[in-house]
Design a protein around this ligand. Structure first.
Ligand SMILES: *[C@@H]1O[C@H](CO)[C@@H](O)[C@H](O)[C@H]1NC(C)=O
Ligand SMILES: *[C@@H]1O[C@H](CO)[C@@H](O)[C@H](O)[C@H]1NC(C)=O
Ligand SMILES: *[C@@H]1O[C@H](CO)[C@@H](O)[C@H](O)[C@H]1NC(C)=O
Ligand SMILES: *[C@@H]1O[C@H](CO)[C@@H](O)[C@H](O)[C@H]1NC(C)=O
Ligand SMILES: *[C@@H]1O[C@H](CO)[C@@H](O)[C@H](O)[C@H]1NC(C)=O
Ligand SMILES: *[C@@H]1O[C@H](CO)[C@@H](O)[C@H](O)[C@H]1NC(C)=O
Ligand SMILES: *[C@@H]1O[C@H](CO)[C@@H](O)[C@H](O)[C@H]1NC(C)=O
Length: 453
């Protein structure tokens, strides 16, 4: 039995072709769940995941839609890697004493789903067994264990699998080139840009991700496919043909702005999203990485903005913080029903998009002050998200005429998505005081003069 079917032939992206799950449900909307990486990195074991599963239930997060418990890197036996008779990846029995299938069974008993992690290279980012060349066996192994989701990373790609041309999101033409890449560091040849009109489905990156896609399609189980290729090789143009989500950029870090080692704060990622948000629709989602809400030095306002913008972008919402002892104000952000409803809207699949940059002129590439004014449609109205990127509180004005989804001469009932409260009726504009790094999020519903609301 086939779990995934390709809807007609792969044609140019944007024509609505892509991978639809056999069950007709899984992956249509952005995934929601929890992953171990941001909080625990390699310090994982079965107890961590079973406890998280129980907490997703008891904290009410499962009922809000957070249903995947995802094991990230470091779950397998780093020394033996694979069974030398069967070739199967060996779990680390120190961390998972009864194997991964047992953990999966425990998670399923809670009414939740379980995710696993591997890599389209010889080793994972942490140096554990990768799946390149073992795709069919690994997909079968995970299906046998009862796995429901695969995050597939992009480290340790052997030289013969290098792409002929390079496209990394950090050095697309709208931004300054990254010095590592123009210098061609590590003795590598200077990267060659693709000729105009190059079809990235002829890249080796496409092949590496497609082989695993085919292997997952062939197993008798629905396994959601989260492609973690960091935006390379224009995966945003073809990821819809091979999986249900694709990472847009490098790893996230719990800081507002700037970069720490190889990972990025919320603002640089949102700057990229200000330009690259078009290819998200049902069944395929640009993934701006797992949530850092609750982690590091993000203030409450920054955490609110991070969550609101990831929800607005229809990025998968994968919690990355410890649930044990979670602060009530963090739980409240992650539990925001109205933001989740926008992210999971059953009728409108497109991401919110910027209608105005704000601090900078429209289409300014700027890693500290990305687009501030965003809007999108849901089945419950028009949503507007306005971020304050400045370091002091600002009065922000939403001018109805500027918002593409609004009718400039109509009257709207405005609801605040943070409080759920009706703010009243407004014509032409809505004003709000927005704290430093906070986001105002509202829903506008046109007043129908036949109704009494
Ligand atoms: C992705 O594929 C699905 C399923 O065929 C389709 O509904 C959707 O419109 C595609 N997305 C884009 C942006 O083309
Ligand atoms: C499991 O991992 C957690 C988080 O790293 C740790 O606190 C706990 O001691 C570990 N438990 C076992 C049995 O190793
Ligand atoms: C297979 O692996 C086992 C356990 O790691 C080891 O003892 C044995 O020597 C290996 N056999 C071969 C043929 O490599
Ligand atoms: C596929 O999985 C279903 C549900 O677990 C099972 O009933 C069916 O027998 C399986 N089919 C094959 C060919 O293994
Ligand atoms: C996204 O769509 C907008 C509006 O159609 C267009 O101006 C822009 O160039 C697109 N961006 C990308 C990266 O394709
Ligand atoms: C948080 O702030 C402290 C003190 O300013 C700093 O030492 C630490 O590195 C910061 N942590 C992160 C994740 O940025
Ligand atoms: C980003 O925008 C801010 C606000 O306009 C400006 O002060 C800053 O210089 C810009 N950064 C760069 C690197 O251009």
């Amino acid at each position: 039995m086939i779990s995934w079917t390709l809807a007609l032939v792969p044609l140019l992206f944007g024509t609505g072709f892509g991978l639809i799950s056999h069950d007709g449900i899984t992956g249509r909307l952005p995934a929601m769940g929890w992953s171990s990486w941001n909080e625990y990195e390699c310090n994982i074991n079965e107890t961590v995941f079973v406890n998280v599963g129980k907490l997703l239930v008891s904290l009410g997060l499962k009922d809000l839609g957070y249903n995947y418990v995802n094991i990230d890197d470091c779950w397998s036996n780093k020394v033996s890697q694979r069974d030398n008779t069967t070739g199967k990846i060996q779990p680390d029995f120190g961390k998972f004493p009864q194997g991964i299938k047992h953990t999966a069974d425990e998670i399923h008993k809670l009414g939740l789903k379980i995710g696993i992690y591997s890599d389209a290279g010889s080793l994972t980012c942490g140096g554990f067994a990768g799946s390149l060349g073992h795709e069919v066996l690994d997909a079968k192994t995970w299906a046998d264990w009862g796995i429901d989701y695969l995050k597939y990373d992009n480290c340790n790609v052997p030289d013969e699998w290098d792409d002929d041309y390079r496209w990394w999101p950090e050095n697309w033409l709208g931004g300054p080139p990254d010095e590592d890449q123009t210098a061609g560091g590590d003795g590598e040849a200077k990267p060659v840009p693709a000729p105009p009109g190059y079809d990235w489905t002829s890249s080796k990156s496409f092949t590496r991700y497609k082989v695993m896609s085919d292997a997952l399609v062939a197993v008798n189980r629905t396994i959601q496919y989260s492609q973690c290729a960091w935006g390379h090789a224009r995966i945003d143009e073809w990821g819809n043909l091979t999986g249900q989500s694709w990472r847009m950029w490098g790893d996230i870090y719990p800081i507002w702005s700037g970069k720490a080692q190889w990972s990025w704060g919320v603002m640089p990622i949102l700057n990229h999203a200000s330009f690259f948000h078009n290819n998200t629709d049902f069944w395929g989602h640009g993934d701006f990485d797992m949530l850092e809400v609750g982690n590091g030095n993000l203030t409450i306002e920054e955490s609110r903005s991070h969550f609101a913008m990831w929800a607005a972008l229809k990025s998968p919402l994968i919690i990355g913080t410890a649930l044990e002892g979670i602060k009530p104000e963090i739980l409240e952000i992650l539990s925001n029903k109205d933001l989740i409803a926008f992210n999971q809207d059953p009728v409108f699949g497109k991401s919110a998009k910027p209608y105005k940059w704000g601090v900078n002129a429209d289409f300014t590439w700027n890693q500290t002050h990305p687009a501030e004014y965003w809007s999108g449609q849901s089945s419950k109205g028009t949503h507007v998200f306005v971020l304050n990127t400045l370091d002091i509180a600002q009065k922000k004005t939403i001018v109805f005429e500027e918002v593409p989804e609004l009718d400039s001469d109509a009257e709207y009932v405005v609801y605040d998505l943070w409080t759920g409260q009706k703010q009243g009726r407004f014509e032409t504009k809505y004003e709000a005081l927005v704290e430093r790094h906070d986001t105002v999020a509202i829903r506008l519903v046109k007043v129908n003069y036949c109704d009494h609301e």
